[in-house]
Design a protein around this ligand. Structure first.
Ligand code: 3PY
Length: 247
């Protein structure tokens, strides 16, 4: 039985004041017997605030990206060991916004995931197709190439988390139907099974791309959907709490 993970990707949003309200409301609204794992991924300047406000609670914090480099002259970069120092449990890598605006390749994303695992931070590897790729029947080929680049470089797949985020559903309000998402999640699990059937059974595959209170329950009811990577709805405590309650 896989545990559900509900993860908030705050993207480049937040301030000390806004985060304080959001995190206080989330903490106050969590069910007493929480049935899922909960994660928030704020911009890096707010890790210390998360540590102060979330330390000792059931909510973890994580990063939205990591450098592929270990240390040195890489202005502006943040290494996996720094994320580990900041007690980040997870880090997202390969989000479509980074692939599109920062030209991140499958290989770069794979090496970022590798750096994270070396430092005990769990990578949430995002994969997903554009609308054009879906409409031309390339969805499986695209997500397989994105995922297999990662599977190729990891010595052990333990700790890997995958997020299927169809690019056409990100920030557009459009969502894949539960059936469409399930089909891709099942395919991704099969890709992992080719390498390691045991890991395939336990790897968490999250759905991302406009998951919101209105669709969370149906998506999370699918057998291969093990959680959500939530964008806009993670910035509203009520919405995030409804999604947590739906899991
Ligand atoms: C979205 O839902 O918009 C996301 O990009 C989540 O990562």
């Amino acid at each position: 039985m896989r545990r559900t993970l509900i993860a908030g990707n705050w993207k480049m949003n937040g301030s000390f004041a806004a985060n304080r309200s959001l995190l206080s409301e989330i903490k106050a609204g969590l069910p007493v017997s929480l049935q899922c794992d909960v994660l928030v991924c704020p911009p890096a300047p707010y890790f210390a605030q998360c540590a102060e406000m979330l330390g000792g609670t059931a909510v973890s914090w994580g990063a939205q990206d990591v450098s592929v480099h270990v240390h040195g002259a890489y202005t502006g970069e943040i290494s996996a060991s720094m994320l580990q120092d900041c007690a980040c449990k997870y880090a997202i890598v390969g989000h479509s916004e980074r692939r599109a605006y920062h030209a991140e390749t499958n290989e770069l994303v794979a090496h970022k995931a590798q750096q994270l695992l070396k430092h005990g931070v769990l990578p949430i590897v995002c994969v997903g197709e554009t609308l054009e790729q879906r409409e031309s029947g390339q969805t499986n080929a695209v997500v397989a190439a994105q995922l297999n680049a990662v599977l190729d470089v990891l010595d052990s797949l333990d700790g890997l988390v995958i997020a299927y985020e169809p690019v056409w559903a990100i920030g557009t309000g459009k969502t894949a139907t539960p059936e469409m998402a399930q089909e891709v999640h099942h395919f991704l699990r099969q890709q992992v099974a080719v390498r390691d059937a045991g890991v395939a059974e336990k790897v968490q595959i999250l759905y991302g791309g406009s998951m919101k209170p209105e669709n969370a329950k149906e998506l999370l009811a699918m057998p291969d959907i093990d959680g959500g990577l939530i964008g806009g709805a993670a910035l509203k405590s009520q919405d995030f709490l409804v999604i947590i309650a739906a899991s």
